[in-house]
Write a protein that binds this ligand. Sequence first.
Ligand code: SAH
Length: 253
Amino acid sequence: MAVIGIMSALHEELAAVLADMPDEQRVVVAGRDFWVGHWQGHAVVAVLSRIGKVAAATTATVMLERFGVDALVFTGVAGGLGSGVRVGDVVVADGFVQHDMDASPLFPRHEVPLYGRALFEVDAVLSLQLAKAAQQVLQAAEQHLGPDTLAQFQLSSPKVHQGLIVSGDRFVATSSESQALREALPAALAVEMEGAAVAQVCWDYGVPFAAVRTISDRADDTAHTDFNRFICEVASRYSRAILLQWLRERAPI
Ligand code: SAH
């Protein structure tokens, strides 16, 4: 049976996944807890990614080397950069760039040296499946979150976007920084701290990868406001619901 790797960027997301796995067993590797079990009839390994590119790359490498996962799906939150990418929306990545990679003038800005590329694309089929699942969940957002939560966070008709996500080892929390990112990488829809590293590891191993991020902030001067409450009450519920919907539709192979 194909084994699906699920990486959660946030504790609360992982807790929601584990609550749905009836038989998970903990295996500790590299100081990380990997949870091996089943979800919706699929063989699954779930883990917390940890924060930042290096930590997430180590976690992904163990997933692929030690647990031999056949596909890797990554969830978390991100700051919205693209116009119209609002708090409460979901971005399904079609590719990742490290916004803080800069070996110029030796290599073009953002290019990862010796790879000959800046952009690491995700698996198109997996991403399409996740985008479809996200669409279904957001259409029923009220059912997943409750009307009070929608009102509290002023979420009205949340949308699913597909496009570029950029990653770097920095929580982007000023308008000047997010504006600089928009200028450097105009196609970027969202910014976070892990995805590009995991995309690169999966590219190295040739393992299908996809990622879904709920927009928690606009990467501006108010980026930290209500961050923790948003994660508990919105992002972790969306992540669980999107993964559940995706696994239900995906026949175990
Ligand atoms: N409270 C969390 C820490 C979150 S760190 C904990 O204890 O686990 C920030 C996380 O949110 C990272 O996973 C990062 O990828 C994502 N993120 C959300 N908004 C971001 C922004 N504006 N800039 C960079 N990363 C952001």
